[in-house]
Design a binder for this molecule. Sequence first.
Ligand SMILES: *Cc1c(COP(=O)(O)O)cnc(C)c1O
Length: 380
Amino acid sequence: MRKIQMVDLQGQYEGIKEQVNQGLEEVIGSAAFINGPEVHAFQKEMEEYLEVKHVIPCANGTDALQIAMMGLGLEPGDEVITADFTFAATVEVIALLRLTPVLVDVNHYNFNIDIEAIKAAITPKTKAIVPVHLFGQAAAMDEIMELADKHNLYVIEDNAQGIGANYLHSDGRKSKTGTIGHVGTTSFFPSKNLGCYGDGGAIFTNDDDLAHTIRGIVNHGMYERYHHDVVGVNSRLDSMQAVVLRAKLPHLDQYNNDRRDAARKYTAALAHEESIITPLVCDQCDCHVFHQYTLLIKDVDRDGLVKHLQDKGIPCGVYYPIPLHRQKAYQDKRYNEADFPVTNQLVKECISLPMHTELDDEQIKFITTAVLDYISNAKS
Ligand SMILES: *Cc1c(COP(=O)(O)O)cnc(C)c1O
């Protein structure tokens, strides 16, 4: 059996090696390292794939969120509502811009931001909602957009984990996650579903004016060379990363299908065990791209399972072990533990199994057997 990895990027590289190597050589030959033709070509291809008017590449997914908030003109003191159960980047940029983060609980069925919790958190100072499509599964965008309309709020989708997922609207239409809110962001960090070989990110919007504003912000606030109209940043995707992304983008749907296949096999092997809650997996639904395959472990010690798997050479992850509202940097007197029942439970019970495009049946069998062995031993 091949060594089990949390993410297998070497295996995936084998399928795109020629294109990547040739493209990298061409970039080196042309010396168009920054803002070269590869970046522009990738931008166009990404716009077509997502069916969105504007893709603005940038340096990473954290920058993408920050720049989106700058582009919307959010100001210090504005309240921004986001999920308590997510990677810290989401709340970090809110705080960095001196906006006021308002963390709210998530729901127990897909771990995404809870609609009732958003409603309860809206005040006259609220300016934006940042839903995160956590672990690759679309948040309830129809409900979120409806709330945003009603209260005149911006919606910034953090799609770092959900690239390629389709959201099914209540009227039967489908949209790619990241293109439904006023602006969406993603990350091309190597382990993401569409990852480059370094850092990268992008911002998506259908709003021409906002796209124009953002194109200036990513480039030192310049709309005309050496004229700095607004305070900007330096945030660029480089040509080498664009080569890798262009090689991978045509395979993204297949990559996401491979992840769904692995998820179905995990679930088929584990769902009968009553101490395990498997993620929602529906056959027709392509709203989940399984950035992570995350179980909840009931009745037995989750940390014991982590150790058992590690002893067997099986990597796993606990995303996320501490709720953001309890992190030193983001604590706030306004938060009340009783307002975060779901997050507080998830941090104790969640465990993510290896998930990538190269998992084979033998590996999945080995992993699920190890999980079931631990649980039956722990219960006996
Ligand atoms: C990875 C990630 C980010 C940040 O992306 P970087 O490219 O690492 O800066 C932001 N939000 C979420 C939910 C992420 O998973």
